[in-house]
Design a protein around this ligand. Structure first.
Ligand SMILES: [Zn+2]
Length: 199
C-alpha cells in the first residue's frame, strides 16, 4: 500500500507526499493525518500544544495550516532516540535521520524493511541497542563487531541465538520505556509474529 501511494505521488495521481516503503511512520502505525479544517473551532496553533502533551510531534516548523504536511503527527516514542542517534551522525546508511527512525519503528512491529533484510531480528536487536544508549555504528541488519560489543556492554551473551537475544533486549526496552509495548484490548491476529514479539 505504501509503494502504491508512493507511485501515485511520483506519477502525480496523488498530490500529498508519500515516501517509498520503509520510510514512513504511518507504516509503523506511529503517525496519523488530521484535517483540522473539518473540525471547526480548533485551529492548528491551538492543537499543537494539545498534541505535544500526548507525545505527538508535528513534522513542520510552525503551526501554519497552509504548509504541506501540516496535518501529519508522529508518535515517535523511543524511536526518537534513533532519530537523535542519526542526527548526531552515529550512523550514515539512511537517507535521513527520519528514515532511520521510521525503519526502526517499522521493524519493531515485526514488519520488513527492504534495506534491512528478510530476517528482522538482527535489525530489531540493533534498534534496541541504540534505544538502550549503545553505539553500534549503522543500523543495517548485520550483527557485526560493534553490535556484539554493545551486547557485551549490556552483559548480553551474543551466542544465545537471535530469538533469546531479541527477547532480552525486549525486556530491557520495556523496563526503560514502560508504555512502549502496551497494546490495549485484544490483539488482532495478522498471522505468525516473530518470537520476540510474543510475550
Ligand atoms: Zn502523514
Amino acid at each position: 500500500m505504501q509503494l502504491q501511494a508512493h507511485l501515485d505521488y511520483t506519477s502525480g495521481k496523488k498530490t500529498a507526499f508519500s515516501p517509498p516503503p520503509g520510510g514512513s511512520m504511518h507504516e509503523a502505525g506511529r503517525a496519523f493525518d488530521l484535517d483540522l479544517d473539518k473540525i471547526k473551532k480548533l485551529t492548528l496553533p491551538k492543537f499543537w500544544p494539545l498534541a505535544r502533551r500526548h507525545g505527538l510531534e508535528p513534522i513542520i516548523e510552525v503551526p501554519n495550516p497552509r504548509l504541506s504536511e501540516a496535518w501529519h503527527f508522529d508518535c515517535r516514542g523511543s524511536h526518537d532516540l534513533v532519530y537523535q542517534y542519526y542526527s548526531a551522525k552515529n550512523g550514515d546508511n539512511f537517507k535521513s535521520p527520519y528514515t532511520a527512525m521510521a525503519a526502526s519503528a517499522i521493524i519493531s512491529i515485526g514488519l520488513k524493511v527492504d534495506a534491512l533484510g528478510d530476517d528482522v531480528r538482527p535489525a530489531y536487536i540493533q534498534s534496541g541497542l541504540i534505544r538502550l544508549g549503545q553505539n553500534i555504528g549503522d543500523l543495517d541488519g548485520q550483527l557485526g563487531p560493534k553490535s556484539r560489543q554493545a551486547l557485551g556492554q549490556l552483559n548480553i551473551d551474543d551466542t544465545l541465538g537471535l530469538d533469546a537475544v531479541a527477547d532480552i533486549i525486549d525486556r530491557k526496552l520495556q523496563q526503560k520505556f514502560p508504555t512502549e509495548f502496551f497494546v490495549p484490548g485484544p490483539v488482532i491476529d495478522t498471522g505468525p509474529a516473530p518470537n520476540h514479539l510474543i510475550s
